[in-house]
Design a protein around this ligand. Structure first.
Ligand SMILES: N[C@@H](CCC(=O)N[C@@H](CS)C(=O)NCC(=O)O)C(=O)O
Length: 215
């Protein structure tokens, strides 16, 4: 059996969520960087063979099972390795509620806002929309995290990893997190987990995004 393979890019917070989960679970894995500057049909052949949607991340696990979409990969590895998941069936359901929420909320605001502010400026109307959505999302997290240390239960789960991934790049989106102190403390708790690494320290170097590349 070979180690799981993670197709990824070092500017991809979706890749980071998965890489961080595997690292915190203590699962050794191989990273393969994908050049996102290339049109999808020209990306590395081994990636094209497994990437149903043409996007990173994609995980190929030890027995060759291919999983796409970051939050589905998180669900897959939590079940496969029995780690970073809710302790009861009810808690595992709560965890997956957060995964679904993240996909439609954080993932729809912060990555786009960051990309616009760091790599390729989008229409200001779009920026304002992402920014408004993000404020609401941070408020939602803040209210929850005032009551508890992690999103579900007493310990970190894949719900936390999903929701926090892009927040370690809040500065790149020019978002100051100071108005959300419970959220800042939660990020500090995640930083303190044994094995935690920041995105650029965890993800292998990848071809830099060229001007005009959209992700
Ligand atoms: N919903 C997907 C989003 C993945 C995604 O947006 N991937 C970006 C990088 S962060 C990508 O591969 N962009 C290049 C492309 O779409 O061609 C997930 O959660 O995995």
């Amino acid at each position: 059996m070979t180690a799981p393979i993670l197709y990824c890019h070092h500017e991809s917070g979706h890749s980071y969520k998965v890489a961080l989960a595997l690292r915190l679970m203590g699962v050794p894995f191989e990273q393969r960087a994908v050049d996102l500057n290339l049109p999808r049909e020209q990306r590395r052949e081994d990636f094209r063979a497994v990437a149903l949607f043409g996007e990173v991340p994609v995980l190929v696990d030890e027995d060759g099972t291919v999983v796409c979409q970051s939050n589905v990969i998180l669900d897959h590895v939590a079940r496969r390795y029995g780690k970073l998941d809710g302790r009861t069936p009810a808690a595992r359901t709560r965890v997956r509620e957060w995964l679904a929420w993240e996909a439609n909320r954080i993932a729809m605001s912060l990555p786009h806002l960051r990309f616009s502010r760091r790599f390729a400026q989008a229409d200001p109307v779009l920026e304002a929309w992402w920014s408004d959505r993000l404020q609401a999302d941070l408020d939602r997290l803040e209210r929850h995290l005032r009551e508890q240390a992690f999103l579900v239960g007493e310990a970190a789960t894949i719900a936390d990893l999903s929701c926090c991934g892009y927040l370690f790049w809040a500065d790149q989106a020019e978002v100051d997190l100071a108005p959300w102190p419970a959220l800042v403390r939660w990020l500090d708790r995640i930083r303190s987990l044994p094995g935690w690494l920041a995105p650029y320290d965890l993800l292998i170097a990848s071809p830099p995004l060229a001007v005009g590349t959209r992700t």
